[in-house]
Write a protein that binds this ligand. Sequence first.
Ligand code: NI
Length: 191
Amino acid sequence: MTIRKIATVGNPVLRQVARPVTPDELRAPETQAFIDDLIETMHDANGAGLAANQIYTPIRICAIEIKDNPRYPYKPNYPLTVLVNPEITKLTDETFGNVEGCLSVPNLRGEVQRCPIIRVKGQGRSGAPIDVEVRGLTAGTFQHEIDHLDGKLFLDRVTDPRTLATWTDFERFHQAAFVERARAIVARFGS
Ligand code: NI
């Protein structure tokens, strides 16, 4: 396994719409090794998720795992999930304000609106179908990662630029209030 370099904002690879992965391609040892690298790189950087474009490979694969994440201590844990060719359906018109950061946007956070109840369909790394309902803050994480596969960054969805903050200033001035809101979201949606 190899820890890969992570592309940062401004790199055109982050703006490419990633292409679907065929079943044959998914089974290939090179793709399976790539998925190992994606997971390893996510773990190394303490990411809650990582999309293939972020390691310079615009194919429709992303990984998500939340395990006592030091970057997002208020996020409920979610087991390691590899999504191949994921598709999202929003199950409500409601939105919630989620303060997001991104390994490809160093030292910046900002508030975006996310749907709190979604259905995600796709395949796992073995090709087995995935069909899950995802709620609350975790739904925000899934939408962030799948946005990457469409060439979108959370920055594109920040409606009020005044919510942008460095990580230090977020912790200093905004985290306490956001953690209260995050707890309310978790209490309401179960995650
Ligand atoms: Ni990101």
